[in-house]
Design a protein around this ligand. Structure first.
Ligand SMILES: Cc1ncc(COP(=O)(O)O)c(C=O)c1O
Length: 409
């Protein structure tokens, strides 16, 4: 009988007859052709994740849209896969906006905005007729209004409201004073229409209660806006979902149902619902192939991938497998470090790994598709080669020997 297991719950990384297969390619074949470190992306996984997200939320909400948050991974090839699924994009600055437009996202499905809205970003967005500009400060409405007036248009705007979580500094805090000032600014800004509110509550949110607290806060803010005759059509709940392999469909469904019932309870079912997921769509589509470069007697192993390219800041749900000894039990506590020359370069502590890891053993690190590249730096090693796998096809999308850099600017 064939025994088939997926690694870290990813159906595109499976162990079949004691061998690992990545989509349809045996891992051994990849090691014959490529050196480590190698960053792999799985095209089909991105497509599956998009379909799953769409299916679950469409079941609850008739008027629902979602926008891929490019900051999770702005590689053109990844953006092209996402845009070909006809969903929207959320970008924070001009370089990302250019990538989104160049990779096939249509402007009427692009939401633009970050903490900082420079004039050139506003102007480029308005010229390109993008869907909405997100504002974090009331004064930004004036800036957008001026540019929209210059181009004789009315620009839709989304208010980023403060999520009310801990001491979050991001977004507008709605109080008596700010509401009055907002109302005044909106009334005089004839070239701006406030259509949406956005609240993003955090990253890697696994617990349904976190989502519930968030939804209640958003509803509270919508009610406050209504008391000042500021009527909002669309609610954007931001992102914050974990990797799709970490959040099963049943949990995603529970979240969708909970949001729906909170909105029904508050008579807000007429609103359009938006999300801006990043990690959920691409997080588990990425994996690193690395190698052990050193083993200490106190069960510390050193990999040729470190925090410079697999940063803590990315908050990935990292899973480690000894590919060379994949048939041995992974149940011995091992600490895993990278190669940046600092004791802080720790990838995992007391992680269950094989009993006797050896220098040159190959290691698979899963769930590295989101934020690794965005938060990466070049200290102090060359960038890895990056490949895209689809079925039996493997295509190099970044080669540090030939290409300049994958950063955008
Ligand atoms: C406003 C906003 N939207 C969406 C996202 C995407 O979040 P995630 O990748 O956790 O889904 C972020 C991430 O920081 C964000 O700040």
């Amino acid at each position: 009988m064939n025994k088939m297991n997926s690694l870290s719950g990813n159906p595109y990384i499976v162990k079949k007859e004691e061998k690992i297969i990545i989509d349809l390619i045996p891992l051994d074949e990849i090691f014959e052709k490529y050196t480590t470190p190698l960053l792999i992306f799985l095209k089909n996984r991105i497509r599956d994740n998009i379909k799953m997200f769409d299916e679950v939320f469409k079941e609850e909400f008739e008027r629902f849209e979602f926008f891929y948050s490019l900051k999770a991974n702005y590689l053109s090839e990844i953006c092209e896969i996402v845009s070909s699924e006809k969903i929207g994009a959320e970008v924070v600055g001009l370089p990302e906006l250019r990538v989104a437009l160049n990779t096939g996202f249509s402007p009427e499905k692009i939401i633009v905005g970050g903490l900082y809205l420079p004039l050139d970003l506003i102007e480029f967005s308005i010229k390109n007729k993008i869907k909405e500009i997100i504002i974090h400060n009331i004064e930004d409405i004036d800036k957008i209004n001026e540019v929209a007036y210059k181009y004789s248009t009315v620009q839709n705007v989304c208010l980023r409201i403060n999520s009310g979580k801990y001491d979050s500094r991001m977004g507008i805090k709605l109080g008596e004073f700010s509401l009055k000032s907002l109302k005044k600014t909106i009334t005089k800004s004839k070239n701006v229409k406030v259509t949406s509110i956005l609240s993003h509550f955090g990253s890697q949110m696994n617990n349904i209660d976190q989502y519930k607290r968030h939804v209640k806060l958003v509803i509270q803010n919508l009610k406050l806006l209504k008391t000042h005759d500021i009527l909002i059509e669309n609610i954007n709940f931001g992102g914050g979902f974990p990797e799709a392999t970490v959040m099963p469909k049943s949990q995603l469904k529970k979240i969708a149902r909970m949001i729906k019932s909170c909105l029904v309870e508050s008579n807000m079912t007429n609103k359009r619902i938006f999300f801006e997921p990043g990690r959920y769509l691409v997080g588990d589509s990425g994996l690193f192939l690395a190698e052990i470069v050193n083993v200490n007697e106190d069960r510390w192993i050193f990999l040729n991938v470190g925090n410079h390219i697999c940063p803590k800041f990315a908050r990935c749900s990292l899973r480690f497998y000894n590919a060379t000894q994949i048939n041995n039990p992974h149940k011995f506590k091992t600490s895993i470090a990278g190669i940046v020359p600092t004791d802080q370069d720790v990838l995992a502590k007391n992680y269950f790994f094989t009993k006797d890891p050896k220098k040159e053993d190959k290691v698979i690190i899963t769930n590295t598709g989101a934020y690794c590249l965005t938060f990466s730096n070049r200290f102090p090693y060359p960038l890895p080669k990056i490949v895209l796998i689809e079925g039996r096809d493997i295509k190099t999308i970044f080669d540090p020997q030939i290409d300049n850099d994958f950063s955008i600017g």
